[in-house]
Design a protein around this ligand. Structure first.
Ligand SMILES: Cc1cc2nc3c(=O)[nH]c(=O)nc-3n(C[C@H](O)[C@H](O)[C@H](O)COP(=O)(O)OP(=O)(O)OC[C@H]3O[C@@H](n4cnc5c(N)ncnc54)[C@H](O)[C@@H]3O)c2cc1C
Length: 295
């Protein structure tokens, strides 16, 4: 059949695929086939989700907060499960290739006050053990014995080592892990969250828990459970279905979005070289710090 041609029965390709998807969903979830066929804008799912596990604590999200929360829970003796959508831990620090953990102490001289210790310091010690800490970074700092918990303001790290460090700490403490699993909804009973609904290659499954910790980074689970939150650019608080960190919100009114829209006009005017590569203007001055440790 040529591109754009219709099948013999007169059904267009797009229409046929839409119908097929609808039938597949109905087969899996027991919905109403007539709704999909009629081209409604909403599709009413009838779900009966199996409860596959029960735990004392579930932590949703395996970023720094989730890893630390799960470790802390397991150390109280609680049977703890951590659910993460990616196949690795570390959150924005590893998935976003952040390469620099900031904020362990007061940044300004004389660096008097270390405000973050405890499990984060253990995590850094594990990174040191794995050889995953950078020797130098762009922040001025005094000498610190990083492996023993005396942390500077900022620590450069290897994201791949950070994934392993987080995994090592959780396994050592007996935390159960479900990777490749999206938390898609809370289990709710009489206004209380008593588990999570997950989706993965195993399908849609419910996992019950006495306590659920939302460490999704954006508070998505709390928002889905109806907790109030503040939207960027708005003063009022509203329980809406999707919470977002202000920094990464695509809100139309943020200055960042306006800045992005202006970007095409502000890019460096380099010449196009051989093979279609753009040659950018050379930086005249050396970088003020240059990656060296200040004296
Ligand atoms: C652009 C940007 C740059 C930054 N740069 C730095 C920096 O250089 N240094 C620094 O120290 N901090 C930096 N930060 C801040 C830092 O990223 C956060 O403070 C930190 O990641 C917060 O950790 P978290 O565990 O709360 O959330 P996250 O790191 O966001 O972790 C959330 C985890 O939950 C998982 N998750 C989310 N939703 C679900 C779901 N529904 N189901 C299952 N899993 C889910 C995610 O995959 C992720 O692993 C930066 C932040 C941004 C946005």
């Amino acid at each position: 059949m040529t591109k754009g041609a219709k099948s013999g029965s007169g059904i267009g390709r797009r229409k046929f695929l839409g119908g097929a998807v609808g039938i597949a969903m109905v087969a899996g979830r027991g919905g109403d086939p007539s709704a999909a066929a009629a081209g409604e804008n909403t599709y009413a799912e009838k779900l009966s989700t199996p409860i596959v596990e029960r735990h004392q604590v579930i932590v949703a999200g395996g970023g720094p907060s989730g890893v630390i929360a799960a470790l802390a829970a397991a150390r109280t003796g609680a049977d703890t499960l951590l659910v993460e959508r990616y196949p690795f831990l570390g959150g924005n620090g590893t998935a976003g290739l952040m390469t620099c953990y900031n904020g362990f102490r007061n940044q300004k001289p004389p660096e008097a006050l270390q405000t973050v210790k405890g499990i984060p310091a253990e995590y850094i010690a594990e990174l040191v053990r794995l050889g995953g800490i950078a020797d130098m970074d762009n922040y001025p700092k005094a000498d610190h014995d990083v492996g023993s918990g005396d942390l500077p303001y900022c620590i450069g790290f290897d994201p791949e080592a950070a994934k392993v460090a987080a995994l090592n700490l959780l396994i050592k403490e007996g935390v159960r892990l479900r990777l490749h699993s999206w938390v898609v909804a809370p289990m709710l009973s009489v206004g209380r969250v008593n588990g999570v609904i997950c989706e993965s290659k195993s399908g849609r499954q419910a996992i019950a828990a006495d306590i659920v910790v939302d460490a999704t980074g954006d508070g998505d689970l709390a928002a889905w459970a109806g907790a109030p939150f503040m939207e960027p650019g708005r003063a009022r608080r509203s329980p809406r279905p999707h919470g977002r960190q202000p920094d990464v919100s695509p809100g139309r009114r943020t200055g960042r979005t306006r800045q992005l829209r202006r970007y095409p006009d502000r890019r460096p005017r380099g010449k196009m070289g051989a093979g279609g590569r753009r040659r950018l203007p050379r930086r005249r001055k050396p970088h003020p710090v240059g990656g060296r440790e200040p004296a």
